[in-house]
Design a protein. Structure first.
Length: 136
């Protein structure tokens, strides 16, 4: 019997969408106001879902307290009130789009979650813009 256990979280962060190897004109044409050299910010909302068998003894797929602590370690502490381009190593040479951020978060979660469990991460960049990654 497989069940998905989900935990939500949030972080506030600044970012700039641009490519270092493009001209300012190219970056403005593709990324527009998101290429502001002084950065801009979002209140990101996150949902992490863990799917697996329910342990018949505990009744848990995963202890939500453990999931909460992993999200704090891997996402909230390193991302909250940070500049994603400057403060998070994965984005030194990777554009911090919602797509790339959700994959980085999934990879960080994957390194901490039982390999027998599936992971799905949904990231809201704004209340109306959101992305989902399941690892493939
Ligand atoms: N595919 C993607 N498109 C865009 C991304 C992204 O990550 N992936 N990101 C942005 C910018 O980060 C931009 O800051 C998004 O915020 P905003 O401009 O406020 O978004 P909306 O215009 O959609 O806001 P509404 O309030 O819903 O009008 C742009 N594109
Ligand atoms: Zn943005």
């Amino acid at each position: 019997m497989k069940v998905t256990v989900s935990r939500s979280a949030h972080f506030n962060a600044a970012h700039r969408l641009y490519r270092k190897d493009w001209t300012e004109e190219q970056n403005n044409a593709v990324f527009g106001k998101c290429n502001n050299p002084n950065y801009h910010g979002h209140n990101y909302e996150l949902i992490v879902g863990i799917t697996g068998e329910v342990d018949p003894e505990t009744g848990y797929v995963i202890d939500i307290k453990i999931l909460k602590d992993i999200i704090a370690d891997e996402v909230e502490t390193p991302f909250d009130h940070k500049n994603l381009n400057l403060d998070v190593p994965e984005f030194a040479d990777l554009n911090p789009t919602a797509e790339n951020i959700v994959v980085v978060i999934w990879n960080r979660m994957r390194s901490r979650i039982n390999p027998a469990h599936d992971i799905e991460v949904t990231l809201y960049e704004t209340p109306r813009n959101f992305v989902t990654y399941k690892g493939n």
